[in-house]
Write a protein that binds this ligand. Structure first.
Ligand SMILES: [Fe+2]
Length: 316
């Protein structure tokens, strides 16, 4: 049984044109873009799908005002898909598409699907070469400056939910997800879909007010320069920062979150921890959202502006 990653996130788009512009500006490739249905893709083939709220084939929202409708996870084989279907059919309705994709609702009413998916592996995913004291990778060569981001894959998705206990049992015991870390007292859990994986693919924060909310989906980019360059470019196109850039202590990743027109946020990230069976989950007692972060993006410099204090002095 192997999960191959987060394949699709599906949203009801209250304003299809705006949502299309949002995901194009984010750096995804448009596969389909009609007035009622759009599909966008990352480099490895993971997808964002948009449908108008009146579409009859949308899964139900977990709460009436939630635009997020479903996450579909890739699995490596039809056998794994059958096993999942058998397990979930024990206590819930499981629908199956003609192509074999299965759909159900998780314990918090979140739309959940699975399908056979092998992520694309041939694409430009190489990071910028780095020069450091102990290792020089870039010689007689200017570094990369990103004019926009081109996300490689969807790395993780998160929710704010009232029932984390049932969710943890469901994803770990019945679907085989792994616990990577948690906040003490059941305040949050960080799960991954495979033993060897980025630190988390699915996280859930306990909802103190009992409401269910979609939190964000994170897209991996090649390196820290693409987080910054991509974020600056996205911001210039008019999209607003939610928080960042910054760095998470949990997962060690650099991040930059933006507000999404389909609710919640969207995140560029890079340099996440990679963990295996040997990883021991922590019970964090304090909020560890960031090592540091900017609250509201990066101030834009005019492109031709030179700072006299830096250019004239030439001191180090
Ligand atoms: Fe994140």
């Amino acid at each position: 049984m192997t999960y191959t990653g987060l394949h699709t996130t599906l949203f009801a788009a209250p304003n299809m044109k705006e949502a299309q512009r949002f995901y194009s500006d984010w750096g995804l490739r448009k596969i389909k873009g009609s007035r009622s249905h759009s599909v966008f893709e990352t480099k490895n083939g993971s997808r964002v799908e948009l449908k108008t709220p009146d579409s009859t084939d949308l899964p139900p929202p977990a709460v009436p005002d939630m635009y997020f409708r479903e996450m579909v996870w890739g699995v490596s084989s039809k056998g794994h898909l059958r096993t999942i279907k058998m397990e979930l059919s024990k206590d819930r309705e499981v629908l199956e598409d003609k192509d074999g994709t299965i759909h159900c609702l998780d314990p918090n009413g979140i739309g959940l699907g699975f399908r056979v998916w092998r992520p694309r592996v041939k694409f430009d995913g190489a990071r910028t070469k780095i020069n450091s004291y102990d290792k020089v990778e870039r010689i007689d060569e200017i570094s990369t400056f990103y004019g926009e981001a081109r996300p490689i894959r969807m790395g993780h998705i998160g929710f704010v939910l009232p029932d984390l206990k049932s969710a943890e049992t469901f994803y770990r015991d019945r679907l085989g997800f792994w616990l990577s870390d948690r906040y003490a007292g059941g305040a949050a859990i960080f799960l991954r879909c495979a033993a060897k994986s980025q630190h988390h693919n699915l996280f859930m924060i306990w909802s103190a007010d009992g409401n269910k909310r979609y939190h964000h989906t994170a897209f991996e980019v090649r390196d820290i320069h693409e987080v910054f360059g991509g974020g600056v470019a996205f911001n210039k196109k008019g999209w607003k920062t939610e928080v960042g850039p910054g760095r998470h202590p949990i997962s060690s990743a650099y991040f930059w979150y933006f507000k999404s027109p389909c609710g919640g946020a969207i995140e560029y990230f890079t340099d996440s921890d990679y963990v295996t069976e040997a990883w021991k989950p922590h019970n964090y007692r304090i909020n560890r959202f960031s090592e540091w972060h900017l609250p509201d993006g990066i101030r834009q410099e005019k492109e031709d502006k030179i700072r006299p204090s830096m250019s004239a002095a030439g001191k180090h």
